[in-house]
Design a protein around this ligand. Structure first.
Ligand code: MRU
Length: 355
């Protein structure tokens, strides 16, 4: 099977408030570009749960559209109270799809605030339209946010030729351009030539399947490595910075991201290489003080024992499969946000930039 070569948006809304969500099925990349039509909340929930759409901002955007779809079951002869009740039911349901990326809850809270603002005399059509407008606003603002992150992040790569990234924090994981990858794409736009080392990102291979694909689509030099090769790559002096995305950042700057990110940050510290997180304000959870409070998603054992169609471990072996880990703030050189750099990463600096 060959690599899909056509680029494609991960999230597209089609039509008006009675429309549908069209998602690129990321589980099939890089060999197949297939889209899924989501016409009910269950299909959106399943797409998030199974990582057909993934990456913190993309999950939030999809869930927001999922609310628009979920209320389509309410007949136009119903009352505004019925529509409100259904909207809240859908919001609560979509919130159960994945626990770690706070962008999901951030987007659903914005949708909930819209529902709370409905007056009793609002027509059902107008109420549904407010939900669509809010979902579109979340989608559009993420585009702008990603480009702003890229611009701020570029400066940290001034003296860097080789950089390492983990998982996928690219256009597929956001409205467009990405967070960590936006930094590389923007550097390229500004004429800089970078060599990006890409961790394959066990067990679901978001680095190999998605990041390597996105970088190659844009003509950025990409070298794929197994996660366990990062120390060797650093020791050989091949990278001068590490940049990853994040799924939830606590008030003290502790940052949850794809499993394996924490060990990269430890390795980077040992080798004197700066480790950066690139993430939007919507990834910060200022309601929690430290990373110890971030819920870590545990996923199915089969992702490790039977990944991609082949059994690679004995039957019945005990498996532990946390999907994320938390990098302590003291290992992070700076957090690159759409508002600028948080550096040093302290509670005070996080609150003054984000709060
Ligand atoms: O399990 P995933 O693929 O949703 O994990 C994604 C990541 O860890 C990304 O690095 C993070 O969401 C940032 S995406 C801009």
């Amino acid at each position: 099977m060959s690599t899909a070569t056509q680029n494609s948006e991960s999230i597209i809304w089609s039509g008006e408030a009675d429309g549908w969500l069209d998602l690129l099925d990321q589980t099939l990349l890089p060999t197949e570009l297939k889209r899924i039509e989501c016409r009910d909340a269950e299909t959106v929930w399943e797409a998030i749960k199974m990582l057909r759409v993934r990456g913190a901002p993309a999950i939030g955007i999809s869930a927001a559209y999922g609310v628009v779809i979920g209320v389509q079951t309410v007949g136009m002869d119903s009352t505004i109270a019925d529509l409100k009740a259904r909207a809240i039911e859908v919001i609560d349901y979509l919130a159960t799809s994945r626990p770690t990326a706070v962008n999901l809850f951030w987007a659903l809270d914005r949708m909930r605030a819209k529902v709370d603002s409905w007056g009793d005399d609002l027509s059902l059509a107008d109420a549904a339209e407010t939900l669509l407008q809010e979902a579109r606003a979340i989608h559009q603002s993420d585009r702008e946010t990603c480009h702003a992150i890229g611009k701020h992040g570029c400066d940290v790569l001034d003296d860097v030729q080789g950089v390492l990234t983990h998982c996928n924090a690219g256009g597929l994981a956001t409205a467009e351009y990405g967070t960590a990858l936006s930094v590389f794409f923007t550097a390229q736009d500004q004429g800089k030539s970078l060599h990006v080392f890409v961790d394959e990102t066990r067990p679901l291979l978001q680095g190999a399947r998605l990041t390597a694909w996105e970088l190659m689509q844009r003509g950025i030099k990409a070298t794929l490595i197994c996660d366990s090769m990062a120390a060797q790559v650093m020791r050989e002096g091949k990278v001068q910075a590490v940049v990853t995305g994040a799924d939830r950042i606590a008030a003290n700057g502790d940052s949850a991201n794809k499993i394996g990110t924490y060990s990269l940050a430890v390795l980077a510290k040992h080798h004197g290489i700066p480790f950066y997180i690139a993430a939007p304000a919507s990834t910060f959870d200022l309601a929690i003080e430290s990373g110890a409070e971030i819920p870590i998603e545990l996923r199915d054992a089969g992702e490790i024992t039977n990944g991609f169609g082949r059994q690679t471990a004995p039957d019945e072996v005990e498996v532990y499969n946390p999907a994320f880990d938390v990098t302590p703030a003291e290992l992070i050189e700076a957090i690159i946000t759409e508002h600028g750099l948080i550096q040093p990463v302290t509670n005070e600096n996080v609150r003054s930039m984000i709060g």
